[in-house]
Design a protein around this ligand. Structure first.
Ligand code: PMV
Length: 319
């Protein structure tokens, strides 16, 4: 057998995180330059069972026998896929490599699961429908996040800009003109399920205060969609700034995120906000080609451990 490889991208949430858990819309886009790759190859002679090697992602080597270690998301991803195909664990080695920072709001978990199932599907010659893959990845997301909305797996599996509403068919998004986004990493990892759980407690204890914030986020996401479709970056930037204020009110920002957001705005970004679960992880800044360099250096000076650059465009196939 030759080796088979498959990959999946990172993602950012442009607007609507957290409120999306409560049925509001959110907009997410793939970041195709940051990826997880899973390679499936034959086992070395004398090795039996399915080996999952993901040193960069989780710094451990896992032997997935039959049944494997059900509490491990990576082993469970392979197990779920094998159950779906009604197959026993094959004698293969899956090696996972990633350039996506972990636990920082960029969808590393969903990308790993997607890449592993895709690579297995190729190696075992068991084609998998995209909708089925999305459902399997969502099952694993529950281990990472507790009660995920499903936005991460959807944008990563489809690798398209999406307007996502929980339990609704996905709407692909047309991007009217390219959008230039910087992704600034605070370097602090944060567990999305902790932030999501805290927002849930806040919601349950003071829903009359929290519901209007969630509604306002939903409204600004709908406005953002129009701005994106019209290629109106200045309007989108203002909406991103508003979204960040609402996320602060939901208590999911952090001093480090706020510091990077302010630094980006002061250096000329059209807008900036945290992206993803918050409390750490990454923020995003909307820039123009003219301001990109100055905002990037302002972010690094303000303590970002790294800054990624991405340009959001519609897939020509869907415009
Ligand atoms: O995986 P993260 O950190 O990008 O967060 C996903 C977005 C949340 O709205 C915070 C959670 C969810 O399940 O939608």
């Amino acid at each position: 057998m030759t080796a088979f490889a498959a990959s999946a991208p990172a993602k950012i949430i442009l607007c609507g995180e957290h409120a999306v858990v409560y049925g509001q819309p959110a907009i997410a886009v793939p970041v195709s330059s940051l990826r997880v790759t899973a390679q499936v190859s034959p086992n070395p002679a004398g090795r039996a069972g399915l080996y999952l090697i993901a040193s960069e992602v989780m710094e451990q080597v896992i032997l997935s026998a039959n049944p494997p270690y059900p509490e491990d998301p990576l082993a469970l991803a392979a197990t779920l896929a094998l159950q779906h195909w009604q197959l026993d664990a094959p004698d293969l080695t899956i090696t996972v490599k990633s350039t996506i920072p972990i636990a920082s709001g960029l969808g590393s978990g969903a990308a790993v699961t997607t890449a592993v199932i895709r690579a297995l599907s190729m190696a075992l010659d068991r084609p998998i429908e995209t909708t089925t893959l999305n459902e399997l990845v969502y099952e694993i997301e529950k281990l990472h996040h507790g009660t995920p909305s499903g936005i991460d797996n959807t944008v990563i599996v489809y690798e398209q800009p999406v307007l996502f509403v929980r339990d609704h068919p996905i709407e692909r998004l047309v991007i009217g003109a390219p959008l230039h986004v910087l992704i600034g990493d605070t370097g602090q990892t944060a567990l999305t399920r902790v932030a999501v759980g805290d927002v849930r407690r806040l919601y349950e204890s003071s829903s009359s205060l929290i519901q209007p914030i969630l509604d306002s986020i939903g409204n600004l996401v709908r406005e953002s969609r129009k701005a994106i479709e019209h290629g109106d970056a200045p309007a989108l930037g203002k909406l991103m700034n508003q979204n960040h204020s609402y996320l602060q009110q939901l208590t999911v920002s952090s001093p480090e995120l706020d510091f990077l957001v302010t630094a980006a705005r002061n250096a000329g970004a059209l807008g900036a906000k945290l992206s993803g679960g918050g409390r750490g992880g990454n923020m995003i800044a909307l820039v123009t080609p003219e301001t990109a360099l100055s905002v990037q250096s302002a972010l690094l000076k303000a303590g970002a451990v790294r800054v990624f650059t991405t340009t959001l465009k519609s897939d020509p196939a869907i415009t």
